[in-house]
Structure formats: C-alpha cells, structure tokens
Design a protein around this ligand. Structure first.
Ligand code: 13P
Length: 288
C-alpha cells in the first residue's frame, strides 16, 4: 500500500472515539518495528519525523525512499502516513517536495497573525497536493530535537481561528511536555481541552508528549476529542534499556553477538512491545 495522508484515519478515529499513534522514527530498526507492529495489530499508524531525525537519516528523500520501499517489501497493508513533526516553514516545504504524505507546521512561536498567515499558505499547498496538515497553538513544554516550548496552554479562540483555516488536525498545548514528565507535573489541563473541543468541533485534536502520560489521562483526553497521540521518548528509553541489558550481560562477546543484526534485535523487539502497548491503550487495534 502506498503512503496515505492522515485525514481519513483521523476522521474515523474522532468519530470512533479512539486515537491513532504517531511514533517517531530514527532509523531502519525503528521504522521496521513500528510498521510490523501496526500490521500485526491491524492498526493505522503515523510515522513522525522531526527535522533533526530527518537530517540524521540523510535527508527527507532518504526517509521517503526507505519508508515506501519498506511498506512494499514487508507487505504492509494498513494505512501509513509519513508526517513531518514540528516542522519549520522551510522544512515543511522540503518534505512536501520529498514526498511526505503529511506535514506539521509548528508556527506556535510566531505571533498568532503570522502563525495564521503561514499555516494558511501551507494549507493551500497541502490541499492541492492531497497532503494532510497539522498546525499548533499554544506550546508543548520541554525540548524535542532543538524545538523548545514553554508549555503555555492554548487559547481556545486562537485554536478556532487556526482550525477554520482548514487544517487536518490541531495540536494545542494543554500542559503536555515533550520527554519525561517531572515529579511535580500538575497533569493535563482537561478544562482547556474541553474549551478547545467546544470551539473546534469535528477537528481531530493532537496530544503531543505522549511519553509517560498515565493511561487514565490518555483515555480521558481521547474521550474529550484527542484523535492523535505522539510518542517518541518512550521508544528511545526502551530501546536503550534493552540494548544496555544485552551488552551488560556480555552477550555481544558470545559467539557473533556483536553482529549488528543481533546487537540491535533486543532494542527493536522492545520498541515493538512498546508500540503494541500504546496502540492497545489508544484503541486503534483492528481499526485499519
Ligand atoms: P514524547 O517524546 O514526550 O513522547 O513526545 C513526542 C512528541 O510529541 C513528538 O512531537
């Protein structure tokens, strides 16, 4: 199956009260683990690529080549969207050119007028080419690949203004943070989410910073209109832990345990298990 944009899968998720996971990719192992798990669970999936990860993987064209070829070679039949995560205006244009099926333009650090203006232009381009587009209002706290946010909650009126531009999905800050949540994190602001939902209606809402949000908060967020949840750090943590255990157990020194195909296997399996756990919580299993 060719790459698809994220519109249909998110419209169905919103109507069906579940969420589609966006799992960020870093390399071949990540991509393979996520695609195979989505196929096994018959779940739609969104592969997220930050600008930093795009650079690391040798550019957006390399990413498009790897992902599309992998979908074909692995016989993936579930809907897969390839999505730019927290894109700049220039990054968004590059991904559109390279063949991504979906982009996020994160104009949240601009004054709202400028965010509207730039988002509007990109909505026009995406509509013409059949891509889905995510925009952001408010900001996601913490840091992801150099994108730093203060974590201020979104203004529901501004959310409506951006939603009315015809974006496919809307990321709104509701106290969520990229990376591991600090001990004193007050939790998601459901009050803000409810107000945003009231103003934006059918618009699929996006919850960034999926790592470490307790399951009951995830479920409540979905019930209040979240249809896409982004997870990045959690896959990195389980990959690192499984790899560390393999090396600490001296397995790389037994036989040909140093072979990268063996060395990276426990980490890859750990990502698969994490993605499965998340898809089950999000409710996207069997929805492909
Ligand atoms: P986490 O790294 O906290 O899971 O956040 C992922 C994310 O929101 C990607 O945009």
């Amino acid at each position: 199956m060719a790459l698809v944009n994220a519109k249909e899968m998110l419209t169905k998720a919103k109507a069906g009260h579940y969420a589609v996971g966006q799992f960020n990719i870093n390399n071949l192992e990540w991509t393979k683990a996520i695609l195979l798990t989505a196929e096994e669970l018959k779940s739609p999936v969104i592969l997220g690529v930050s600008e930093g990860a795009g650079k690391y993987m040798c550019g957006y064209k390399t990413v498009v080549g790897m992902v599309t070829a992998m979908i074909e070679e692995l016989g993936i039949t579930v809907p897969v969207a390839l999505h730019l995560d927290h894109g700049s205006y220039e990054g968004a244009k590059k991904c559109i050119e390279a063949g991504f099926s979906s982009i996020m333009f994160d104009g949240s650090h601009y004054p709202i007028e400028e965010n509207i203006e730039k988002t509007k232009e990109l909505v026009g381009i995406c509509n013409e080419l059949g891509l889905s587009i995510e925009a952001e209002v408010g900001s996601i706290g913490g840091e992801e690949d150099g994108v730093i946010g203060m974590g201020e909650c979104a203004d529901p009126e501004e959310c409506k203004m951006i939603a009315d531009l015809g974006v496919t999905m809307l990321a709104a800050g509701i106290g969520n943070i990229h990376g591991v949540y600090p001990e004193n994190w007050p939790g998601l602001s459901f009050e803000t989410l409810e107000k945003i939902q009231e103003k934006t209606g059918e618009m699929p809402l996006v919850l960034h910073g999926g790592t470490g949000i307790p399951d009951d908060m995830i479920k409540k967020a979905i019930a209040l209109g979240v249809s896409k949840i982004n997870v990045n750090t959690e896959c990195q943590l389980v990959f690192a832990e499984a790899t560390r255990k393999y090396i600490e157990a001296g397995k790389d020194k037994q036989g040909k345990g140093f072979d990268p195909r063996k060395l990276l296997a426990p980490g890859t399996e750990a990502i698969k298990a994490k993605v499965k756990e998340k898809m089950e919580i999000f409710g996207s299993v069997g929805k492909a």
